[in-house]
Design a protein around this ligand. Structure first.
Ligand code: ADP
Ligand code: MG
Length: 697
């Protein structure tokens, strides 16, 4: 059995390793950079690089790589070996401070949304010393930020780090007003719960749709789905348990706090949750987690599907972004404490989040938009595309009394009796869990539940940090001028609740009435990515990012364009894959089955004209008609793709076309395909079925 404390972080050049391996002065200088963001002296960098290299070589490394998060949605790496030729024709292993701090990958093949012309291909990566270097697959990985040579941001880490700076600065200002002079830094923290599917590799390899798009494009429902609710928290099967054990160990080695694992609602669906950490680290760790999941699955003859909706008709996968704010003195600013109604500081931070979420609903929706996630939002499994907040009955009562200017009477009912003597009474969770809310207060943090399983969590956290930074800035501006701070705070909280309470909804978000109610309240309901992207570039959003130095206007427009283009490309690939499957596999398979039926009928007839052939004839008739229909739909989809080419050059219009036209044709084609699947003998059907895929592990 693994000795967990011993293996934990064994592949990470972490604080412990730095202390052991760096001269004291170097360690101290590096700490200054890590903690205060001071520039790293090249002499210090040289010593650090050399120590890292020696350590990495002991772990079996021959290469190093700058690891970054471009806007492709996956991480990127380019490996260089440590070798350096010597005069006598041999090599020595070297790694300089310069190589550690800065890399120069060719940036021209990464999406930039038109920011960087290809002739200006140069980009550079810069070490982010707040995220530790680590060893994986024989290489030393250095977490880096990625920019163009002219300084435009080309990645997700840079704006995330900037947004963390911004919220820290503004929160420190506010805390000063509460007399918290010892707070010098505020960090946001995140614990992302990750859902995924595990399916058998051999079956996966027989499905072009899974291979090319990560989701099934055809597939009739299996007789059994998730209706018995027997999978959620059910006992974990041996093959899955072996995978999970291996996965935990690999993650622990990388210093990732993998903590909780369980089965999820859909068959073959599971979840992993880490202990929360600083947002920047949580983001790097979540990217690594997704990668390691896929590698470990492969070793077990499995495939880990991270797509948001791999199977129609069963739940898709999401990611819950648990987010909070805490100080360098260890205080969680979203912890209501024992008496939330007397905790002005908590109420003010809560008000900042409420105001931010209301004013920037569109940005939060934008931050979780992807072609894959569009399948989930609004279906009865994920929160709807409408952003609202859940704060629970008790906090709601506190806010109500503040708004009305009445004293608050804490309820006496919140002590829960378990009814069993051996179990202690415990205070009922004051935020009685509401599973349907997209943005729920859960005790001392907010849980943003709209993220798709494959998403890089940087984007939603950039938005959260920035919008709350903006509200705290406004609050600090106002309160710094106040003569009577105490009454000014209460006034401000009251005013904020009054103006922004429409964003709070404690009821069932899955109910149809909520959609109508939300419309009455004037809340946005941006159902698809193209709709959401239109809001992204609204002036108030561009201004917000410019004011906080997160993105320039050009960078915001570029990001929007990249999202739109990516969306169109994904649907295009899906459509092409469907056509390929339809024409090369499904049509011939059904046709062959029809032929078999015809031959059977003829054979029967040749024996004796009195033998009935009605079954065969009916099926031949039915399937032939469906085949014709299927063939027509193939043609319609092909034509839709031809027309799509006309929209090239207008990313918004193009994405809308894919969303409204191409996608609709795909669904029509699928419907007939799935119908034929249920009538075709399984020997003839060219693919493993939903039943095979979902119930074989
Ligand atoms: P659930 O019931 O939704 O599964 P849990 O209470 O198990 O939720 O916690 C989910 C996640 O929330 C975990 O990853 C946990 O580390 C994280 N979490 C807890 N406290 C904080 C915090 N202060 N900031 C950010 N994340 C947190
Ligand atoms: Mg959760």
């Amino acid at each position: 059995m693994a000795n967990v404390p011993e293996i934990f972080g064994s592949m990470v050049f972490n604080d412990k390793t730095m202390k052991e391996r760096l001269p004291k002065a170097t360690y101290k200088a590096l700490q200054k950079t890590i903690q205060n963001g001071e520039p790293l002296d090249i002499n210090v960098a040289n010593i650090v690089a050399n120590a890292m290299k020696d350590w990495a070589i002991e772990k079996g490394c021959t290469h190093f790589t700058h690891w970054f998060q471009p806007m492709t949605g996956v991480t990127a790496e380019k490996h260089d070996s440590f070798i350096n030729p010597t005069d006598d024709g041999n090599v020595i292993m070297e790694f300089s401070g310069k190589e550690l701090i800065k890399g120069e990958p060719d940036a021209s093949s990464f999406p930039s949304g038109g920011i960087r012309a290809t002739f200006e291909a140069r980009g550079y990566t810069a070490w982010d010393p707040t995220s530790y270097a680590f060893v994986k697959d024989g290489s030393l990985y250095i977490p880096t930020a990625f920019c163009s040579y002219t300084g435009e941001v080309l990645d997700k880490k840079t704006p995330l780090l900037r947004s963390m700076e911004r919220i820290s600065t503004e929160a420190v200002r506010v805390l000063k007003l509460f007399g918290k002079d010892d707070v010098t830094r505020v960090n946001t923290t995140v614990g992302p719960e990750q859902e995924y599917f595990l399916i058998d590799k051999e079956l996966y390899n027989q499905r072009k749709d899974l291979i090319f798009t990560g989701r099934t494009l055809f597939g009739a429902k299996a007789p059994k789905g998730q209706e018995l609710e027997d999978h959620y928290f059910g006992s974990i099967k041996p093959r899955v348990a072996a995978f999970m054990k291996d996965l935990d160990e690999e993650l622990w080695k990388l210093g990732i706090f993998a903590k909780t694992k369980h089965n999820e609602v859909a068959p073959s669906q599971h979840e992993l949750a880490p202990v929360f950490t600083t947002t920047n680290l949580a983001t790097d760790h979540n990217e690594l987690t997704m990668e390691v999941m896929q590698k470990v699955a492969d070793k077990h003859g499995l495939v880990c599907l991270l797509h948001e909706k791999p199977f129609a008709g069963v739940n898709g996968s999401g990611k819950h972004n648990n987010w909070s704010i805490s100080t360098n003195t260890g205080e969680n600013l979203l912890d209501p404490g024992k008496e939330p109604y007397n905790n002005k500081q908590f109420l003010l931070f809560l008000a900042a989040v409420i105001k931010g979420v209301d004013e920037y609903q569109d940005l939060l929706r934008v931050s979780v938009a992807s072609a894959g996630n569009d399948h989930r939002l609004g279906a009865n499994e994920a929160p709807p595309a409408i952003i609202s907040m859940f704060i629970g009955d008790e906090l709601q009562a506190v806010l109500d009394s503040i708004e009305k200017g009445e004293p608050y009477e804490p309820s006496k009912k919140n002590k829960m009796q378990m009814g069993v003597d051996v179990l202690p009474d415990f205070m009922k969770d004051t935020t009685d869990r509401n599973r349907t809310s997209p943005f729920a207060f859960t005790g001392n943090k907010f849980e943003f539940r709209m993220l798709g399983s494959a998403l890089n969590i940087a984007c939603p956290n950039i938005m959260l940090n920035t919008i709350v930074a903006e509200e705290l800035r406004q609050f600090a501006d106002e309160l710094e001028k106040a003569d009577d701070f105490d009454s000014a705070v209460m006034e401000l909280i009251k005013k904020t609740i009054k103006e922004h309470k429409r964003i709070i909804f404690n009821g069932n978000n899955y109910a149809d009435e909520w959609v109508e109610e939300a419309a009455r309240r004037g809340l946005l309901n941006l159902k698809t990515l193209p709709e959401a992207m239109k809001q992204y570039v609204a002036k108030k959003n561009i201004d917000l990012f410019e004011k906080h130095n997160i993105y320039t206007e050009k960078e915001t427009l570029a990001r929007c364009e990249i999202q739109l283009e990516n969306y169109s490309k994904v649907i295009n690939i899906e459509a092409l894959t469907m056509l390929d499957m339809a024409k090369q596999d499904i049509l011939p398979a059904v046709s062959a089955y029809v032929r078999e039926l015809t031959e059977t009928a003829l054979a029967k007839k040749s024996l004796s004209s009195s033998i009935t052939t009605k079954v065969e004839e009916d099926l031949v008739n039915d399937l032939s008609q469906k085949l014709q229909c299927f063939s027509n739909k193939i043609e319609e989809l092909e034509n839709a793709l031809i027309v799509a080419a006309d929209y090239e050059g207008d990313a918004q219009k193009c994405a809308e076309y894919y969303c409204n036209e191409v996608f609709a044709k795909m669904n029509e084609l699928r419907a007939i395909g799935d119908d034929m699947e249920t009538e075709t003998a399984s020997d003839f059907w060219p693919y493993p079925t939903y039943g095979d895929l979902l119930f074989s592990v």
